[in-house]
Design a binder for this molecule. Structure first.
Ligand SMILES: [Zn+2]
Length: 343
């Protein structure tokens, strides 16, 4: 059990029991009142994690080695949004990119189609083989420790960093793996987000639960922030520092206090009535209808169709903007009906 905070080394951790969203078993979660880092108190060794991710993880989570069509479609949509986020800051043409924890290889394939020299690493043999066979992309069955120094312009980790046991060491390795002026793009669940169902926050496989304050701080010795998107999942684009700092820049007192207050507010009332959780079943039905049309298409066909559709800028709008546009359309329609009735 960790007796000190992995970010600020404080030993004043506050422990609480939380329910694992998958097994419904109990997890021991710690909160650091000095820097606001949220973490699991029990952390496995690197060797245990390597065995778990190369053999068990994908089956535990999806009962299969090959992703279903709807997951490929969702991964393809997410890939387009992520490429769009990167394109706001960088000219992607001919840049080398390595996706760490590439899963089924959807992002590597989509990035390649958008002009990047992309490849990936994935510890699970079934998934890395799937990427090679279905999309013809280079996804090695490997761990981060196998990535060579100075080997990429851009590194990406989508829903991977929260699974890693020694974040300081991981940051050091990511820094070394990037070329000069390289970029690191990390996406993790956001512990401060209000619109996450309280049923679906804590997972045995998630060792850390980052906020923008704690993730920026964890990266701060090696990286500075280029852009942040923290509505929903937390996405941060980091730029490699020219020189490593002596120690991390810890979250400010105000940020820690704000995080503490946000954590205290989390719950069903906030999720359903303040964060719009009550509307989620409607979005889920909408998604089920869309996904019903995917049918039995081949994985590559699904991604190619998404790429063709993305030629019209509409499909590259972030999901939130689409939802907002949808809400305004509904509100506009309602307004017109009222006007017709009254006049
Ligand atoms: Zn701390």
């Amino acid at each position: 059990m960790s007796i000190h905070c992995q970010l600020c080394q404080s030993e004043q951790l506050v422990h609480s029991k939380k329910i694992d969203a998958k097994s419904r078993g109990m997890l021991d979660i710690s909160f650091c009142p000095d820097c606001s880092l949220v973490a699991q108190a029990q952390t496995p060794t690197d060797e245990e994690l390597k065995i778990y991710y190369s053999h068990n993880y994908r089956q535990d989570y999806k009962n299969t080695y090959s992703p279903k069509s709807k997951y490929i479609y969702r991964a393809g949509q997410a890939a387009l949004n992520r490429i769009n986020f990167l394109e706001k800051h960088l000219n992607l043409k001919q840049k080398s990119l390595i996706d760490i924890g590439a899963g089924g290889g959807e992002f590597v394939y989509m990035a390649q189609q958008c002009g990047l020299r992309s490849s990936g690493i994935e510890p699970n043999l079934g998934y890395s083989n799937f990427s090679k066979e279905q999309y013809g992309v280079e996804v090695k069955t490997a761990m981060l420790s196998d990535v060579e120094d100075h080997s990429a312009d851009i590194l990406t980790l989508f829903h991977v960093f929260e699974h890693m046991a020694n974040p300081h060491e991981v940051m050091k390795k990511l820094y070394r793996s990037l070329k000069e002026n390289g970029y690191l793009y990390i996406e993790v669940p956001n512990i401060l987000q209000a619109d996450a169902s309280p049923h679906n926050i804590y997972f045995k496989a998630h060792l850390f639960y980052y906020s923008k304050h704690t993730l920026i701080s964890m990266a701060s010795r090696y990286f500075e922030v280029a852009d942040i998107e923290d509505q929903g999942n937390l996405q941060i684009l980091f730029k490699k520092r020219s020189q490593v700092l002596e120690s991390p820049i810890l979250p400010t007192h105000d940020a820690v206090q704000m995080s503490q207050e946000r954590m205290a507010k989390k719950g069903w009332f906030e999720y359903l009535f303040l964060a719009g959780g009550i509307m989620k079943p409607i979005f889920r039905i909408e998604r089920m209808i869309t996904e019903a049309f995917i049918g039995k298409k081949q994985p590559k066909e699904i991604l190619d169709q998404l790429l063709r559709d993305s030629q019209t800028s509409y499909f590259l709008l972030p999901k939130r903007q689409l939802k907002r546009a949808g809400s305004w359309s509904v509100a506009g329609g309602f307004g017109l009906v009222c006007y017709e009735l009254l006049c």
